[in-house]
Design a protein around this ligand. Structure first.
Ligand code: NAD
Ligand code: IPM
Ligand code: MN
Length: 369
């Protein structure tokens, strides 16, 4: 059996807490013959800053390049509120995304049947929800230059961020969205602000061209990003795949997360190109949520987004679709049995902590094995 090289970057806040549950699942899959893993672990974010003065070291980057897949917990927190912008915890994650060219971020928002009442929207609006947000991850205003704050006259300051997209970046993310739509309900909504932004004009044009020349069989609709946000909470089930830029994708995926009950539910895959020699696709898997400083250290974080990210790694990086299905079924089973972390708790359910949720998922896996 092939051994998969997995790099774990737990990070900050609840990152290490939810990663501990993933380690249990990885151990279980290994010991039950589903897969064989060799695991390395390193620091990222504030944890790396505290140790080395940078949010990710060159050594950790080298490990990332060498891994078959990376699992990242979360970075950031109030402790690092005053560190220099260039070495803030988030810069470690952004370097990973940029240097590994992980341009396609898949953020699936699925409402598990047992959680339809945990959403802030009415049950009939979210029951059966299955939206995939395809977020461009290595361009746009996150990385555009110049990015500065300068002093101008009379004690005033000027801050500049730059939104840049080149057509190749839009083309490749559009293709990912259309390809994935073909494996789902064959519908894509592309969202931008072409009424205000030149990057929006180019985005709409390029997505339309890729559609016209290669994906005429997929239904394509364009929506302005503000309207798309409104439609996501008005009638989320109208969507199949949403393709959008880096910043709109960040915002819309937090919105979509709440439709499923909690930010603690949403996994993601950040995928790059296929390496020529190894044939391996660069990939990092991370929950959509952050370090959650408000609940860190309390043992109450929901580990499902992190464990769901492992399921995505099994499917997209390791060709272990069956194990991924099993893991997702175990998550669904545990929720159906009424187990809930605090973020998805409602009256009459069984309230448990992070580690009990991991154990419950392992027990469910055990039943199915
Ligand atoms: P957050 O996602 O950390 O938290 C938002 C809210 O959701 C909080 O109330 C939190 O308790 C709750 N929440 C998040 N994940 C949860 C989970 N698994 N279980 C239960 N509740 C959960 O966003 P924020 O508070 O805006 O950001 C905190 C820090 O995290 C910031 O420094 C930010 O930059 C960073 N961040 C990192 C990532 C990442 O590493 N990928 C993502 C988002 C935010
Ligand atoms: C996310 C996060 C990151 C982003 C931050 C931590 C840099 O919010 O992954 O959604 O803005 O992309
Ligand atoms: Mn975000």
């Amino acid at each position: 059996m092939a051994t998969h090289k997995l790099l774990l970057l737990p990070g900050d806040g609840i990152g290490p807490e939810v990663m501990a549950e993933v380690k249990k699942v990885v151990g279980w899959l290994d010991s039950h013959g589903f897969a064989s893993f060799s695991i390395e672990e390193d620091l990222v974010g504030g944890a790396a800053y505290d140790e080395y003065g940078v949010p990710i070291t060159d050594e950790a980057m080298a490990r990332a390049f060498n891994a078959d897949a990376i699992l990242l917990g979360a970075v950031g927190g109030t402790k690092w509120a005053n560190v220099a912008f260039e070495v803030r915890p988030e810069a470690g994650l952004l370097r990973l995304r940029k240097d590994l060219q992980l341009f396609a971020n898949l953020r699936p928002a699925m409402c598990y049947p047992a959680l339809a009442d945990a959403s802030s929207l009415k049950r009939d609006l979210v029951e059966g929800l299955d939206v995939l947000i395809v977020r461009e991850l290595t361009g746009g205003v996150y990385f555009g230059e110049p990015k500065t704050i300068t002093d101008i006259a009379d004690g005033q300051k000027r801050a500049v961020d730059t939104q840049v997209y080149e057509s190749y970046e839009i083309e490749r993310i559009a293709r990912v969205a259309f390809e994935l739509a073909r494996t789902r309900s064959n519908r894509v909504v592309s969202t931008e602000k072409h009424n205000v932004m030149k990057t929006g004009v180019l985005w709409k044009q390029v997505v339309s061209e890729v559609h016209g020349s290669e994906y005429g069989d997929v239904a394509l609709e364009h929506q302005l990003a503000d309207s798309c946000g409104m439609q996501l909470v008005r009638n989320p089930k109208q969507f199949d795949v949403i393709v959008t830029d880096n910043l709109f994708g960040d915002i819309l995926s937090d919105v979509a997360a709440m439709l499923t009950g909690s930010l603690g539910m949403l996994p993601s895959a950040s995928l790059g190109g296929v390496e020529e020699i190894s044939g391996r696709r660069r990939a990092l898997y991370e929950p959509v949520h952050g370090a959650a400083p408000d609940i860190a250290g309390k043992g109450i974080a929901n580990p499902i987004a992190m464990i769901g990210s492992l399921a995505m790694a099994l499917r997209y990086s390791f060709g272990l679709g069956e194990a991924a299905d099993k893991l997702e079924a175990a998550i669904s089973g545990v929720l159906a049995d009424g187990y809930r972390t605090a973020d998805i708790y409602s009256d009459g359910m069984k309230k448990i902590g992070t580690s009990e949720m991991g154990d419950a998922i392992l027990a469910e896996l055990g039943k199915a094995a």
